[in-house]
Design a protein around this ligand. Sequence first.
Ligand code: ADP
Ligand code: MG
Length: 316
Amino acid sequence: MTEFELIRRYFTRPARQAVLGVGDDAAILRPTPGHDLHVSVDMLVEGRHFFADVDPVALGHKTLAVNLSDMAAMGATPRWVLLSMALPQLDERWLAGFAEGFYRLAERYEVDLVGGDTTRGPLTLSVTVMGEAPQGQALCRAAAQLGDDIWVSGELGLGALAVASRQQGLAEQPWFTACRQRLDYPTPRLELGHALRGVAHAVADVSDGLLADLGHILECSGVGAEVWAECLPSLPAIEQQRATLLPYLAAGGDDYELVFTAPVSQRASVAAIAATVDCRLTRIGRIVVGDKAHLLAADGREISLQRSGFDHFDQA
Ligand code: ADP
Ligand code: MG
C-alpha cells in the first residue's frame, strides 16, 4: 500500500462541514458569518503521552479528544481538524483501529477531518482543530475576577492515577478500571463549554493538573485563588484514600475536565447547567487578591504539594 492509498482508505470520508476536504492541495473551509475562528494544535508522542502498547482505538479517540477539549475550554464549537502522523510502519490493523476511534468521536461532534500529513518516523500524532464561536463570546483565561467562585467539572485525578498505577503496578486498586477508562477515553466537555458562554468568566481545561491549569487563569487574570482540598471531586473509591491521593486530585494531569470561574450571582445558572450536562459541577474555591493558588485544608491551613502539575521540561 502506498502513502496515498493509506490516506484514501483510512482518512478520507465525505466532508460535511467543509467546501472541500481531503485529497487536494488544501482544504476549503467556510466559517459561519459573525463567528470568530478558534485554532489550536496538540501533539502526542509515544512514550511521553501514551504507552507504546495502547489500544489504537483508544489512541484515535484521545488524539482527537485532547484537541476538542481545548475548543470546549474556549466555549467554541469544533468544526474541522487536520491530522499529521509519523508512523514507524504501515500496520493496517493499527490504522483501522486508530481511524475507528478517531472518526467515532469526530462524528459524534460533527467534526470533519479535512486534511493532514503522513510520513514515516517514530510514532507521533498531531491534530490541529479549528472551531467557531459567535464573535466576542469566547471564554478566555484572562477573565477571572475578584470574588468569583471556582468550579470544576467531573472528577479529578483519574488520568494521573491510571498512569501511576500502571507505572507502579497498582492495578489491583478498586478504582483502576474507571481511571484507565478516563485515561484512554477522555470526554471533551463541549456541551459544558457552550453552556458556560455568558455565565463563566474564565475557563481552562485540566490537561496538566488542576493547580497548574488554574494557575494559568490566575496569571492571565492577575489574581490569586484559594482552593479547598476537601472539596476536590473524585470517585467514591478514591474518596476513602483522599488524604494520600490528594496530589493526584490537585495536580494530576490528563483529566480533560473544565475548571472555570463565575461570579457568585451565577450560582443558580451553574446549577441549572449542571442539570443539563452529563457531569457534575463542584465549587472548589474562590478568586482572591494575590498571584497564585493556595490549597487549603478544612481547618484553613495551607497544604503545600511538591508540584502543581505536569511540565515536559520539569527537571524534578
Ligand atoms: P502534499 O504533498 O500537498 O503535502 P499530501 O500528499 O501530503 O499533499 O496529502 C494529500 C492529501 O491527503 C492532502 O489533501 C492532505 O491534506 C491529505 N492527508 C495527508 N495525510 C492525511 C491524514 N493523515 N489525514 C487526513 N488527510 C491527510
Ligand atoms: Mg504532505
